[in-house]
Structure formats: C-alpha cells, structure tokens
Design a protein around this ligand. Sequence first.
Ligand code: NDP
Ligand SMILES: N[C@@H](CC=O)C(=O)O
Length: 350
Amino acid sequence: MTHKLAFIGFGVVGQGLAEILHNKRQSLQEREGFEAKVVAISDFKKGSLYHPDGLDLEAVLDAVQKTGSLDSYPKTEGLITGWDSLETIRQSNADTVVEVSYTDVKTGQPAIDHCRAAFQSGKNVVMTNKGPVALAYRELSALANEHHVSWGFEGTVMSGTPALRMPKLALAGNDITEIRGILNGTTNFMLMRMDEGESYESALKEAQKLGYAEADPTSDVEGLDARYKIVILAQHVMGMPLSVEEVECSGISNMTPALIEEARMEGKRWKLIASATKEGGRVKAKVAAEKVPLDDPLASISGALNAITYETDLLGPVTLSGAGAGKTETGFSLLIDLLAIAKAREAVRS
Ligand SMILES: NC(=O)C1=CN([C@@H]2O[C@H](COP(=O)(O)OP(=O)(O)OC[C@H]3O[C@@H](n4cnc5c(N)ncnc54)[C@H](OP(=O)(O)O)[C@@H]3O)[C@@H](O)[C@H]2O)C=CC1
Ligand SMILES: N[C@@H](CC=O)C(=O)O
C-alpha cells in the first residue's frame, strides 16, 4: 500500500526527508515494505505543488536546490499550484501531513491549526515542529484519537535519536522520576566552538549554516527551544502536566570567553542543561547553563550531539545520546514515525 504525503514547509528538514525517501526508495520497499508518494508540498516562499498521482521527487529537489523555489517544477497535466497550507491539508488526497514549518515559540501557530485541520480531515500528522506538542498536547492527542488517526512527533526532541520512543516502549513499566540532558544542538555546538576559541557570533553563524538553528535563533540561544523540549518530555514521557510558563529558563546569550575560561580553570565545561523532576505529584523543570565537571558523561557530548538521562525506578539511570539536530538526522525522525504508522495500518488490515 502506498502512503501519500503532503509536506507543509519545505526547508532543511522537509528536504532532508524528501532526500531519504528518494535515495532509499528501493531499500525501504524491499526491507520495510514501505512505499511513499509525495502528492503535495506547500511552502511559504518556495511555492506549492499538488498532483493527486504524486510528484517527481528528483525534479522537486532539483528545482528547489538549484533555484530556491518550486516554480521551475515541470508543469505536467493535472498539476495544481498555489494552494496554501490549509488548502493543501484539507483538499489534497494525502493520508499523512508532514508538518515541518517554523516552530513559533509564542503561539505554536499556524502549526496547531494545521494539526487540527489534518485530524478533522481524517489525516495523520508527523511533525518536527515543537509548538503544537509543547502547547496543545492534550487537545491534539484527543482530537487525533477522536478521528482515529495517528500523530507522530519523534523529531521534536533530539531529532532522529529516539528520545521519545525509547522510554515509551523500551522502558515501559518504569516510573521515570527525573529527566536531565542536553537538548539543543545549536547551543551545544556553539559552546564547543567557543571552547575552541571561536567568537559567539561566528559560532552561531556556523550553526545556522549547518542547518541546526531555528529560523529565529533566539529560540536556541535563550533556551526557549530546550524549554519546549522538556515540556514535551514531561507530558509525553512522564505523563505529567507541565506548561511552558512553569519552566524556569535562561540560555547562553550572556556567555563570554571569560566565563568559558573560568570553567576551564575549574576543570569544568559549560552545557545548557534541561531537567524535569517529579516532586510531590508535580514536576519541577528548568533550563539553564551549568558548569559540568569534565568527568560527568554530559561534558563529553560535543557539537550538535544531544544526550538525555532518564532516572527509572526499576533500571536506575538510563542515558541515550545521539544527533540533536541536522537535515538528514531530523528527516530520519519523520521516517521512523511514517514507518510506525505504516506498520500499525498493516497490523489492522491483517
Ligand atoms: N533543523 C533541525 O535540525 C531541526 C528542526 N526541527 C524543527 O523542524 C521544523 C523545520 O525546521 P527546518 O526545516 O530546519 O526549518 P526551515 O526554516 O529550514 O524550514 C521551514 C520551512 O517552513 C516554511 N514555512 C513556514 N511557515 C509556513 C507555513 N505557514 N506554510 C507553509 N510553509 C511554511 C518556510 O518557508 P520560507 O522559508 O520559504 O518562508 C521554510 O521553508 C521547525 O519547526 C524546527 O523547529 C526539529 C528538530 C531539528
Ligand atoms: N534548533 C534545534 C533544532 C532541533 O530541534 C537545535 O539546535 O537543537
């Protein structure tokens, strides 16, 4: 059975997934029995395409990577252009919406409305946009259930590293009492570069060039992105209500070479740490830069890598580390969600 996909947003991550689907088409079909067809793409500035029989992914990627726009995509019979995000979600024949537009750290919009429209039209959503999960988790989970569709968001925390699936599936049965980790790739990369002597500004520019940073990197450097992620973990992994406003938050925008040197003299390294701890039936959560001793496993997590430790009652501390950002790494997170949906659908059919 072929899975029909509609992309909302076609930046770094959207193109990352499109490249994986194109480059691994045969092996996904042979090894996983998974076949996907991209029927629609709707992007703010790059334009939009819809063909009910599917788009030619090679031509799509060629157009966008050579010209920065979808306008030069061949105008084949039946092709519709110009649909905005909501028209694409409601009117296309996609089974699943791939929501990879900007994360808005104030309102979560328009992505929350994208999810509502998709679920109400009977479409699954897979997304890396953190806004809807951090701000509307309960409402959207209930709406997806009501419409018997799936909602995947593995890539909202630690890109393709299974920071959500691993505790939900492999640690099921444990009480997770504390979560602590490095959850933002951009700032971890910047702190590494600053430790090597680079300036704050040039380290940020490099992280942006590598596709790690948010469209507005204030979210990364002020800790807002990590704050969204710890809220997602508290709600989805710990099963505890936690709002963004309840998380005390600061970032690395005041980091200076003098502070970096001070940590070095103490045998420590700065890391932006996010944590959530269960205390008396509630969760206390925080995001802040900390000086971590060099013998702490988190001190050796470098570049855009992330790491997370789950304190469990049955197994003790369990630590997972891996990519926290990046085009292919985050594109892969969407693939895991799509494969899970495909497998669940197969299970229902058989
Ligand atoms: N990059 C990474 O490593 C990771 C990113 N994420 C999340 O994934 C999402 C995508 O990230 P990334 O690809 O890097 O971001 P980009 O900024 O590269 O891409 C986002 C794309 O979405 C488009 N867009 C924004 N709003 C709309 C809208 N309302 N309708 C249609 N298109 C829209 C933008 O259009 P245009 O620019 O043309 O205006 C842009 O092309 C973000 O929410 C981010 O937080 C999560 C994990 C890791
Ligand atoms: N900007 C984010 C991207 C992934 O969520 C980060 O740097 O971690």
